[in-house]
Design a protein around this ligand. Structure first.
Ligand code: GLN
Length: 292
């Protein structure tokens, strides 16, 4: 290795350490997490992958003084989520564009995709709906795995639908149909063989809300008990489901019993809850016995 390379390697390492320490101090991150975030910001500013970051320390040394990198670091220091700064988030093995108009996809929500895929054979046809699609991650993950299916992705927010449209294009998920609407209000009776949703379900007085302040509050908060939208969808869903159609919705870790009770009283059959990787009951659902 040349002396010059050694110098830039040292300079890069020092810049990375300094910025990671600043992030640690500002946000209370673990050292390793802070270091990973600094690396991701650098890779993004430079448009390179991790291998190149290591192989070309001279570039990284330059980027550590780059204005774009500095601007992104400042946003992160001010508490903006890293995923919004990078405009990217991985979900179900696919990369999605995101913006502050949509919720940041959570790994827990992959359970919703898995449960839906278990209900549609690989060559399955028909139409399902994803309510409150946001970035479109749930709808697109299902649509990519089931190309014969049509997935109606509904959101009230036009800004969210613009993000979802770019994600549909990115993944060529042309079996996703985007529509602006208020939950199921515009959907024809009996039109759907299934419904998935990750609706807002956080209680308006939930102590975790300040930590989620950068995300769209209308995608998170749903009345005093967090179940206002759940209740609404459970009431609307039977009208839109065909015979034996199913409904699957995400909820908070302590809401499963209340959600099953809602499904029971809404006339759903085979009501159940499923656990996420953390062992929490995270999705509940049931089927519309008679349909209509
Ligand atoms: N799981 C999210 C959180 O608690 C909430 C998502 C939602 O309300 N749909 O951070």
């Amino acid at each position: 290795m040349s002396g010059e390379q050694t110098d830039s390697r040292d300079a890069t390492a020092e810049a990375l350490r300094r910025d990671a320490r600043r992030l640690q101090g500002a946000l209370g991150l673990h050292a390793r997490q802070a270091r990973l975030e600094v690396e991701r910001l650098l890779m993004h500013a430079l448009g390179i992958g991790r291998a190149q970051l290591i192989a070309h320390p001279e570039k990284a040394a330059l980027a550590a003084t780059d204005v774009r990198y500095a601007a992104m670091l400042a946003r992160r220091l001010a508490g903006e989520p890293l995923d919004y700064i990078l405009s990217r988030r991985e979900f179900y093995g696919l990369e999605f564009e995101i913006s502050p108009a949509v919720l940041i996809p959570r790994a827990d929500t992959e359970l919703l995709v898995e449960l839906a895929l278990a209900r549609v054979p690989p060559d399955g046809r028909g139409c399902i709906a994803d309510l409150g699609t946001g970035s479109g991650c749930v709808a697109i993950a299902i649509a990519c795995a089931r190309p014969g299916l049509r997935v109606l992705a509904i959101d009230r927010s036009r800004e969210a639908l613009r993000v979802a449209a770019r994600n549909r294009l990115r993944h060529r998920a042309y079996n996703v149909l985007l529509a602006q609407g208020d939950w199921l209000a515009g959907v024809a009776p009996g039109a759907l063989c299934g419904i998935v949703s990750n609706p807002p379900y956080v209680r308006s007085d939930d102590p975790h809300l300040p930590a989620l302040a950068r995300e769209p509050q209308t995608s998170l908060v749903s009345g005093a008990d967090g179940l206002q939208d759940w209740r609404h969808i459970v009431l609307q869903a039977p009208r839109c489901l065909a015979a034996h159609g199913w409904l699957l919705m995400e909820h908070g870790y302590d809401q499963a019993a209340s959600c099953r009770a809602l499904l029971d009283s809404g006339g759903f059959a085979d009501v159940f809850s499923a656990r996420d990787l953390g062992g929490h009951e995270r999705v509940s659902g049931g089927s519309a016995g008679r349909g209509g």
